[in-house]
Design a protein around this ligand. Structure first.
Ligand SMILES: *Cc1c(COP(=O)(O)O)cnc(C)c1O
Length: 393
């Protein structure tokens, strides 16, 4: 492994401080490095591999699509994209789907749709978007512009213009930023990278009402919290606060790079139209075969019901740790998207866990984040807690 890591550090651009292991293969909720060491995976490639590794039905569907055609471009129709869009509409209740290659790209599309919607109303190009502090929406320039973390933005100024920031769950702070030029309010339904902060029902409803009153579009970023992770297919369904535009990615393709932004028919009829937006790869047959199969398997394997069953147990076990150790301030999160907030940086604990065969990740310096495959069992939770306990100790 040491040789590969040295090679990687010469060849790959150093944009990550990587953990010192080289992963080779997966099986269920376990990963193996190239020396054959086994790890219990509570990260799932950052909330991506929801179904567990080596899911036979998923793998077979991808192999079958590879043997037909992988890519055709968006100038022609393909059946996997049509089927995948139909299934996304069914589970999201949204009306129109645009497939992208990543989460950030879905956010870009959502921003463009909102700006076009406002432009068609008044012909002006000075519309504003309100985003949230501590948010994370991706690393491209538009997505970065609505990411409420100055550290990520600083060196890349100027951002796209007319973005304002408010505080999640503080409706007055949103009102303070609203003007006649506000065209959209964007937020994660549950903030992930920024520290596992769920938007409250009250806040979401207040923002929804404000948007309705002033014809502002509500954009919910469900890239991390969506796809069953909170015990609902999309986290907003927990409160029934429906967005006008939403984004999905991460677990949407369970590892095949694919994202999507979806919108209501009202927005679709008054925003992006032929020639306004595009992508070469987005929604190609391979990516959409993955989406299609993932959504089928969510239904057949009762993934959401399983999350509802196992998540309270994870919460309970994490609460016990928080009780036991003074250095843990609180547990926070929803469903299988949880965080333990420490009063000190968690890098050492995560490294020690890795040595003991447990993969964890942080969210900010002081929070350990738990975003496991959605198929984890109570036994997996016990196994994780036992290792983590000794590492904290
Ligand atoms: C990961 C993430 C993104 C960015 O997705 P990429 O596929 O990495 O571009 C955007 N929004 C949220 C909430 C995310 O968690």
């Amino acid at each position: 492994m040491k040789e590969y890591i040295a090679e990687a550090e010469k060849d790959l651009l150093h944009t990550y401080n990587r953990y010192q292991i080289v992963l080779d293969k997966g099986d269920g909720v376990y990963l193996y490095d190239i020396d054959g060491k086994k790890y219990l995976d509570f990260v799932a490639g950052i909330a991506v591999f929801a179904l567990g590794y080596q899911n036979k039905a998923y793998n077979d569907a991808l192999k079958a699509q590879i043997d037909k055609v992988i890519h055709t471009s968006n100038y022609y129709y393909n059946v996997p994209a049509i089927e995948a869009a139909r299934k996304i509409k069914k589970v999201s209740g949204m009306d129109r789907v645009f497939f992208t290659n990543s989460g950030a790209e879905a956010v870009e599309g959502a921003i463009k749709a909102a700006r076009k919607y406002a432009y068609l109303k008044d012909g002006c190009t000075d519309h504003e978007i309100i985003a949230m502090n501590h948010s994370f929406h991706g690393r491209t320039m538009g997505a970065l512009s609505v990411t409420g973390n100055p550290k990520y933005r600083e060196a890349f100024q100027p951002m796209i213009g007319h973005i304002k920031f408010a505080d999640l769950n503080n409706f007055q702070s949103v009102l303070d930023q609203v003007t006649d030029k506000t065209c959209a309010i964007i937020m994660e339904t549950v903030q992930g990278e920024g520290g596992l902060y769920p938007a409250t029902e009250e806040f979401l409803k207040q923002v929804r009402d404000l948007c309705d009153e002033r014809d502002i579009l509500l954009i919910l970023d469900e890239i991390q919290c969506g796809m069953g992770r909170t015990g609902y297919m999309y986290a907003w369904q927990r409160f029934g606060v429906k967005p006008d535009i939403m984004t999905s990615a991460k677990a949407l393709g369970c590892g095949v790079p694919v994202g999507a932004f979806m919108m209501t028919e009202k927005v679709a009829q008054h925003s992006l139209t032929a020639g306004d937006h595009g992508t070469t790869y987005g929604g190609n047959p391979l990516a959409c075969a993955a989406v299609e199969k993932v959504l089928d398997l969510f239904e057949e394997d009762h993934i959401i019901e399983h999350v509802r069953e196992v998540a309270p147990y994870l919460e309970q076990r994490l609460n016990e740790l928080a009780e036991k150790y003074d250095c843990i301030q609180e547990r926070r999160g929803v469903g299988l998207m949880q965080g333990l907030v420490f009063d000190h940086p968690v890098g050492d604990i995560i490294n020690r866990a890795l040595e003991k065969g447990l993969i964890l990740i942080n969210a900010g310096a002081d929070i350990i984040r738990f975003v496991p495959p959605l198929v984890i069992t109570r036994e997996n939770v016990d196994e994780m807690i036992a290792i983590l306990d000794t590492c904290i100790e």
